[in-house]
Design a protein around this ligand. Structure first.
Ligand SMILES: Cc1ncc(COP(=O)(O)O)c(C=O)c1O
Length: 376
């Protein structure tokens, strides 16, 4: 039996046709046609004013922070349990990341923890829609608004997820998405920044093109900016995937339902949660194992790997990573963030590739159950 990969895309003839067309025709005066179509379709899908294609979600967070004027002396609150890309751009702009705890159920930023981390220096909060789930956006937005804190919604993992009927990524001053090869909608590598604010949109368009206004071909740069662009081939792939987004999301939900079925009645395994009024798109099916089994994520992944199943660890708390561990903020976070430190050691992402079969999911569930039942 072949190894079961942890993630991967669903590519059809439509994607191949669009990319073939882009590589054949999207040059010279036509160079941007696929970017325009992808951005328009994306902003329509989300119900937002503006969408900007970018090379990654990391660059989208970087540009969001710059457009919001964040810099040295400012603090930005980010959940402790997320991928480092949510926080690294805070460091790029010279601001200070503050690692706040996650909620026990949603695994997303906890509203109480966010509130407790606010200081007069707090300028921005970056809630993360972890593994496709949604945090309590009402509570987070209310707290942010009452303290004049801007929101960058990190929806990298959550295209199509919803909170009270509103789509992930459409809540903040900006919303940011990743189209990395592991994501529900992929362009290989890529990202999107969305916003309803014209001032942010204009600033982002300027900064992402080496500090010159859109349309300026005269090589006249008024500030030192960045080169953050997506290629036409990536935009074409993204457009084709977006036109199939409902099928992609339905498949993710179906995969989750197979896992639910396979693990029904098994004590001590908690899968992704979906709060009433939210839609979880289950980017990665995640299992948190009860500590009583005495088996931590690294060991569990190793045992799964021996049975040809690839898994990934629940994100390590950022405050535990060598990249941050010696900062004052990380030291404080390690003492404070009990939920992140309670869940992360026992969580693994189960194979969630879009082409996984029900039979493979059944096998993964059986292997997991067998491992947990093995003595010692
Ligand atoms: C929560 C989160 N934020 C940001 C990113 C960064 O995305 P990218 O790899 O496109 O820069 C990712 C991607 O892995 C992510 O999972």
């Amino acid at each position: 039996m072949e190894r079961i990969p942890v993630a991967g895309p669903w590519i059809t003839q439509k994607e191949i046709d669009y990319v073939t067309d882009a590589v054949t025709h999207a040059w010279y005066g036509q160079a941007n046609i696929y970017h325009q179509r992808f951005e328009e379709a994306f902003s329509d899908y989300l119900g937002v004013g503006f969408a900007v294609t970018l090379p990654s979600c990391t660059s989208a967070i970087h540009l969001s922070l710059l457009a919001l004027g964040v810099g040295p002396g400012d603090e930005v609150i980010v959940p402790d349990a997320t991928w480092i890309a949510s926080a690294a751009p805070i460091t790029y702009v010279g601001a200070t990341p503050i690692f706040a705890d996650i909620d026990m159920n949603t695994w997303c930023l906890s509203a109480e923890a966010f509130k407790a981390c606010i200081t007069p220096k707090t300028k921005v909060v970056i809630p993360v829609n972890l593994y496709g789930n949604m945090p309590n956006m009402d509570a987070l937005s209310e707290i942010a608004e009452s303290h004049s804190i801007a929101i960058i919604e990190d929806a990298a993992e959550a295209i199509g997820s919803e909170y009270k009927g509103k789509k992930a990524g459409s809540f903040g001053d900006t919303g940011v998405f990743s189209f990395h090869g592991s994501k529900t909608l992929t362009t290989g590598e890529g990202g999107m920044l969305v916003t309803n604010r014209e001032d942010i949109y204009q600033r982002v368009m300027f900064l992402r093109d080496h500090g010159r206004p859109p349309g300026n071909t005269m090589f006249w740069n008024t500030e030192v900016g960045y080169k953050y662009k997506m290629s036409s081939m990536q935009a074409a792939l993204g457009l084709a995937q977006l036109e199939r987004i409902e099928a992609l999301i339905a498949r993710k939900q179906e995969i989750f339902s197979w896992y639910q079925k396979g693990l029904t009645g098994v004590e001590g395994i908690t899968l992704n949660y979906e709060a009433p009024g939210t839609k979880n798109t289950y980017w990665m099916v995640t299992a948190v194992i009860d500590a009583q089994f005495g088996i931590k994520k690294d060991r569990l992944m190793e045992l799964m790997s021996r049975r040809r199943i690839d898994c990934r660890p629940f994100f390590h708390p950022l405050s535990s990573l060598p990249a941050y561990e010696n900062t004052v903020q990380a030291k404080q976070a390690r003492k404070r963030n009990q939920v992140s430190y309670h869940i992360s050691p026992y969580g693994i992402n189960l194979p969630s590739a879009l082409n996984i079969t029900e039979e493979q999911v059944g096998y993964v569930c059986q292997v997991l159950i067998n491992i947990l039942n093995e003595p010692g």
